[in-house]
Design a protein around this ligand. Structure first.
Ligand SMILES: [Zn+2]
Length: 317
């Protein structure tokens, strides 16, 4: 079987996290996406790399009133209210020009128009499927809102990434009915399985972070796209953690681990699915930008595939 290289990036701006983080420590990264995304697209086009961009539905808008009128009537109820983005709606600005944290239409247009790129779903509201007290009606309403927001830009959503990797198996038939054909499953190890926030411990988070640098959780079998509930699971292989200001040594360890696993996948005729955030933080001017250095480091293993390739039933995340 031919090996495959899949790249998916989660594009969510301020909607991908709780307000405290989005408007605090993560703010530079979110604003950095405005610079990083066009550069990633330039590199992708120049090197013929296809990426899947899992995009939060709120970002399809460029007008506050339009966004507010498109909000679904049925909404999820999370035990932790800080998870819900709807409480923040009143503070959203007028449009993308004045509020680049909450709107993203111009960037989506660039992604859409760049050859080989797939605009995919990341739910409308960055929906946490394992936090909603099992509410399929709210999930369906959310996906319906995402579908119509994307359609207004001429985009058909075919692949979905569950926020925080909270894949709820019972919701896969809903995704299928909404037109999705592929989803991004979790990495194959107990360390990375889907779980709600309250099931997380400091220890599990620490182990997961350490697994980026040292092989703590070896996959049990080569990664391959596999059928699940009428869709194809294009499971993640590894998350690319953006390098922060200091840990150059850790970053080298991470890239080495990714390269080794990519090489293994290529030899085994397997799939390697690299996951990254779209929000790369801008670095000091004298340092190389992350997207370029990462893409360069990874470039020996070319032959990337978009999520939505369906040559043998495989594809999207
Ligand atoms: Zn996300």
């Amino acid at each position: 079987m031919a090996s495959r290289f899949v790249i998916s990036l989660d594009f969510e701006q301020a909607w991908g996290m709780e307000a405290e983080r989005a408007y605090g420590a993560e703010l530079p990264g979110i604003l950095g996406a405005r610079e990083a995304i066009p550069r990633i697209l330039d590199l992708a086009e120049r090197h013929g790399i296809g990426c899947t961009w899992a995009t939060v539905g709120f970002l399809f808008f460029d007008d506050r009133d339009e966004l507010l009128s498109a909000l679904p009537k049925i909404r999820p109820h999370y035990a932790n209210p800080a998870l819900s983005p709807y409480a923040r709606m009143e503070s959203v600005g007028r449009c993308e020009a004045t509020d680049p944290l909450h709107f993203g239409r111009s960037l989506i247009r660039r992604i859409r128009d760049c050859p080989g790129q797939e605009v995919a779903g990341h739910t409308f509201s960055h929906y946490y499927s394992l936090e909603d007290e099992d509410d399929p009606a709210a999930f369906e309403a959310d996906l319906e809102a995402a579908r119509s927001a994307a359609a207004a830009m001429g985009v058909e959503l075919r692949s979905i990434v569950f926020p925080r990797n909270q894949v709820r198996e019972a919701y896969l038939p809903i995704c299928r009915a909404m037109g999705y054909r592929t989803f991004r499953g979790t990495q194959q190890s107990a360390l990375h399985r889907s779980r709600p926030r309250h099931a997380e411990t400091r220890w599990s988070r620490l182990l997961r972070a350490a697994d980026n640098y040292w092989p703590l959780a070896k996959p049990s079998a080569p990664n391959q796209p596999r059928p699940d509930s009428g869709m194809t699971d294009v499971a993640a292989s590894r998350f690319l953690r953006p390098a922060r200001s200091s840990p150059a040594m850790l970053n080298r360890l991470q890239l080495r681990r990714i390269r080794n696993e990519m090489t293994d996948a290529a030899r085994q005729g397997a799939m390697f699915h690299l996951v990254a955030p779209a929000e790369f933080r801008a670095r000091h001017r004298s340092q190389p930008a992350h997207p370029r250095s990462h893409l360069r480091a990874l470039s020996p293993a070319r032959g990337q595939h978009r999520h939505d390739e369906r040559d043998d039933g495989g594809g999207g995340r």
